[in-house]
Design a protein around this ligand. Structure first.
Ligand SMILES: Nc1ncnc2c1ncn2[C@@H]1O[C@H](COP(=O)(O)OP(=O)(O)OP(=O)(O)O)[C@@H](O)[C@H]1O
Ligand SMILES: [Mg+2]
Length: 245
């Protein structure tokens, strides 16, 4: 299937540090692309560039063939691309449903208040959070907060969804539930980029994996093959562990 998101040659420097260097990737509807790499390798920065939270220094981003490289974040959301944040950013005293309603009201298919409330409740219900809809964010557990964060992103009706360590910090039982959620989003036709350190999830969910190190793409391919790659092992573990594999 033709790619829905195409990223070509993206580059971003912070002063002298090139956090993302000439990164290219493509994701198709229904696909979960894994984006992995050691801490500080540039994964979140790349998601920020794709979502429009940061401006790139060079490169292009296309959604469904349209060049969105120069569009600000909120207009990319209208082009049906959105992301979850690695650290949940909604105000802690906000009722969960209000954050999700904001997603509906400012998303790709905006609705007025009452309809937004109805729709937000439906999305929270699909994520098993309906009973927590009126609770403040800071009254929810970590996993519930992460689900609200996903609900907020889904409320904007993305076709391209960027998940930044959405599965991290979960117990084995919670991880299984979280993986099912990602799986079902892809089955509904979303193109997903999964930034993740939890390799069980990467192996189970991702048809392809891109590996970053120090801003560069160092490998791409099926998860099992990429995770056996000597350069990838070296990037994660250092030279001593990479020999001979
Ligand atoms: N706003 C910023 N200003 C300056 N440097 C930054 C900024 N954001 C990120 N960096 C630096 O860019 C590099 C890449 O960071 P990034 O957060 O993208 O890594 P990451 O792969 O997401 O890491 P992690 O797995 O720990 O989340 C790091 O060296 C980081 O310190
Ligand atoms: Mg990160």
């Amino acid at each position: 299937m033709a790619a829905l998101l195409e990223v070509d040659g993206l580059t971003k420097a912070f002063g002298g540090l090139v956090a993302v260097s000439n990164m290219s990737l493509a994701v198709s509807p229904g696909e979960v692309l894994g984006l992995i790499g050691p801490n500080g390798s540039g994964k979140t920065t790349l998601l920020n560039l794709i979502a429009g939270t940061l401006r790139c220094d060079a490169g292009t981003i296309r959604i469904d063939g349209e060049d969105v490289t120069r569009l600000p974040n909120h207009l990319r959301v209208r082009r049906r691309i959105n992301r979850t944040f690695q650290l949940v950013r909604m105000p802690p005293n906000l009722p969960a449903i209000v954050g999700v309603m904001a997603g509906v009201m400012y998303g790709a298919d905006p609705k007025p208040y009452k309809e937004a409330e109805y729709e937000a409740a439906g999305i929270l219900g699909e994520l098993n959070l309906l009973l927590k809809a009126g609770h403040r964010l800071d009254q929810l557990t970590y996993i519930e907060q992460k689900r609200v964060e996903l609900a907020r992103a889904l409320a904007t009706k993305p076709r391209v969804l960027l998940l930044d360590e959405w599965l991290s910090g979960l117990s084995p039982g919670e991880l299984e539930g979280g993986m099912s959620v990602v799986w079902s989003l892809a089955a509904q036709g979303l193109a997903v980029i999964l930034v993740e350190h939890v390799m069980t999830a990467v192996r189970a969910l991702c048809s392809r994996v891109v590996v970053m190190n120090a801003g560069l793409r160092i490998a791409e391919g099926p998860a099992d093959k990429v995770l056996r790659d000597a350069e990838v092992i070296r990037a994660y573990l250092g030279d001593d562990d990479a020999g001979g594999s």
